[in-house]
Design a protein around this ligand. Sequence first.
Ligand code: CA
Length: 231
Amino acid sequence: MHIIITMDLKPTIIIIEDEKEIAKFIDLELQAEGYNTIVTYDGVTGLSKFREFNPDLVILDLMLPVLDGIEVAKRIRKTSNTPIIILTAKDNVEDKVLGLDSGADDYLVKPFSIEELLARVRAHLRRVNPAVTGEVRVADLVMNLDGREVFRDGRRLDLSAKEFELLEIFARNPGKVFNRFEIEEKVWPEYTGGSNVVDVYVGYLRRKLELDGERRLIHTVRGVGYVLRKE
Ligand code: CA
């Protein structure tokens, strides 16, 4: 059993819908139910906000400007099993099949009842109980703990066992500063302290995490140790 560490216990839901009236309506209803919400009006912005905030669920319109819903769902699915509920105005079988094949979990045909949408949101959020998914997500980093796989913005990282263990400690505790001794004790209990193994391995991890020029995730805290921060 693994537990996701999140900074805020309220689930976050991203709405990607270009019809602003509908987006606003869903947004208000979800907020009234106590969810955090992010609203975007096109596929590209939606995808970039998805990567930035790692929401718990996606409500995705199919007909979107710039990048359509099918493509957005496919790209999300490359790195994440976050539930996706598709909204479609087109009540035909091809669109539903296409939507579900692209990786979406569910669909609703417009006009839909808000109560039905809310019920499905609850059902899908229950399904992705973190203890079941075994996934840790921070910023654009996704760690699949069961499959021992790591992705950064969709790019698969090839980590050694020790690198994975080290990254997991940081990813499970974003914002928490660890000193070298603490880390060494956890990951290299066979060492007696005072080695530079932590610095060496943080160096290895950074190289792999930042291979494509991505932003730094593991920061040095001078005189103390290291911390994983999103910025
Ligand atoms: Ca639309």
